[in-house]
Design a protein around this ligand. Structure first.
Ligand code: AMP
Length: 126
């Protein structure tokens, strides 16, 4: 089944400037902004500007430049947030909910960066 991108999803509207956002960092291919319902003191969403539904759609279809920019932006954000474990930070967690089992709410590829408090174990029991 091919992916169909819904251009009316909320992150598409943010990218078009139709809805405000608290931007943390913007590059040629990537936008990072604060989650509207933060689950930790630092909760940043990182999205590609291209029309990708979820992580695998992005990873398999985005250009090398988009993928490089996305990953480098996450690294830069970790530095900006001062959470890099190798640089005295307390660490962070990256989450890319994809599809029904992961309860993905917004059908535009996004990576959550969570940090600023102990984050507990990776998964709760189902
Ligand atoms: P997910 O469940 O992985 O699809 O996560 C979607 C995330 O988007 C949730 O953490 C929401 O709080 C967040 N979110 C929804 N609308 C907005 C918005 N307008 N600005 C910032 N974050 C949002």
């Amino acid at each position: 089944m091919a992916y169909l991108y819904d251009s009316e999803n909320i992150f598409a509207k943010i990218l078009r400037g139709e809805i405000p956002n608290a931007t943390v960092l913007e590059t040629d291919h990537t936008l990072a902004f604060r989650d509207i319902t933060p689950q930790a003191p630092d909760h940043v969403l990182v999205i590609p500007k291209g029309p990708y539904v979820n992580f695998d759609h992005f990873a398999m279809n985005a250009s090398d430049a988009e993928i490089l920019d996305f990953n480098r932006t996450i690294g830069t954000l970790c530095k900006m947030l001062k959470v890099q474990p190798g640089e005295g930070g307390n660490g962070y967690r990256l989450i890319a909910n994809s599809g029904e089992a992961a309860i993905q709410e917004v059908p535009h590829m996004h990576m959550h960066i969570l940090a600023g408090r102990p984050l507990g174990r990776m998964l709760n029991p189902a």
